[in-house]
Design a protein around this ligand. Structure first.
Ligand code: 3HC
Length: 311
């Protein structure tokens, strides 16, 4: 009976064990996982665009090779996550159609333009830094395939963050013009990086249930605070100032107090009205249709292969 299956599901969650694809799960659990894992996968793939724009304009072969490796890693992260979503009974084709039609989202951060080369470093330092704060806890998410994908992704993410920080450190030791370029980039990306963690907990419709089911192990605000506490000392070491006049160490909390992001901006970007939403989806749509012949050829070949084996 379903009640026994439900009890077993709850017991597995309570002892912080993994729910595997073959296990019974509430339909709402499956649906919220499809929602989050698909959006996470879409974020990795769309995230290739802002950085990819600088591969052809990297200032040295070394920087180009590092950036190429990072963008390729993001594609791989997307594939791990689409594979995890497929264990929940949704296909990559379906999810891509949902993304292209605007019915599924991706991280707001990728709807901001990369206007200068310093943005490549800032994305590595702040965006991948925020992604690490969000993804390390997800290694212990209750759904097995998602957590295992996270373990692999987090190993590669730390390289992404370190290469970005090293790039900025090099520029900060350069000319006054390079230092100004870094500061201008950080000014543009600081607040959107804080918004990556989602709305405040009291404005987050999914957090309570995601915490109860062990999909999330920390709330949006907890992870945002962890990111700020980790990043402020790094900004000091870099010699850049973070564009938040309310940022101040709070001795009794043992954390930094900081200002509130513009939540109306987050909701507008989530709703599709960010600076680059249309461009990002159009680019993805073009790549999807231009790649159709490759997918068809691969499927035709696979069909002939399996028919050949049966004959
Ligand atoms: N961007 C886009 N949508 C967002 C968002 C953001 N920054 N923050 C919130 N939202 C959406 C949510 O998806 C939800 O809408 P939905 O119900 O239609 O899906 C709504 O706004 C309300 O937000 P909630 O806080 O209730 O939603 P969640 O509980 O899902 O929390 C989240 C949002 C923290 C982003 C969570 O979904 C999450 O942890 N996702 C996995 C991590 C992820 O997607 N990271 C992407 C980072 S970029 C990246 O990884 C690439 C890096 O390698 C460069």
């Amino acid at each position: 009976p379903e009640s026994l299956l439900e009890e077993r599901f709850e017991a597995t969650i309570a002892r912080k064990d993994r729910i595997e694809p073959r296990d019974w799960m509430p339909e709402a659990y499956r649906r919220t996982l499809v929602r989050q894992v698909a959006q996470h996968a879409h974020s990795e793939i769309i995230g290739m665009q802002p950085e990819g724009a600088w591969i052809g304009r990297a200032p040295s072969l070394r920087r180009k090779a590092i950036l190429l490796a990072k963008v390729q890693d993001e594609a791989g992260h997307g594939l791990y996550l689409y594979s995890a979503a497929e264990t929940l009974g949704v296909s990559r084709d379906e999810l891509t159609e949902l993304l292209i039609s605007g019915r599924q989202k991706y991280s707001s951060i990728f709807n901001y333009p990369t206007l200068s080369y310093a943005d490549v470093g800032t994305i590595g330092w702040l965006v991948d830094g925020a992604a690490i704060c969000n993804q390390v806890p997800l290694c212990r998410t209750s759904f097995g395939p998602y957590g295992r994908a996270m373990i692999r992704i987090c190993k590669e993410e730390s390289f992404h963050q370190r290469q970005g920080y090293e790039l900025l450190l090099t520029m900060m030791r350069g000319t006054a013009e390079q230092r100004a370029m870094v500061q201008e980039s950080v000014d543009r990306f600081w607040w959107p990086s804080l918004m990556m963690f989602g709305p405040p907990d009291d404005a987050s419709p999914n957090t309570a249930r995601s915490m109860a089911w062990g999909v999330k192990t920390h709330t949006n605000d907890e992870l945002r605070q962890r990111f700020v506490d980790m990043t402020v000392p790094q900004a000091d070491a870099l010699g850049v100032t973070l564009p938040d006049p309310d940022l101040a160490w709070n001795e009794e909390r043992g954390s930094y107090d900081f200002g509130q992001p513009d939540w109306d901006e987050l909701w507008a970007v989530v709703a599709g009205d960010g600076p680059c939403n249309a461009q990002r989806v159009a680019h993805r749509t073009r790549a999807w249709s231009e790649g159709a012949w490759v997918r068809e050829a691969a499927l035709a070949y696979a069909a002939r292969e399996s028919a050949g084996h049966e004959a």
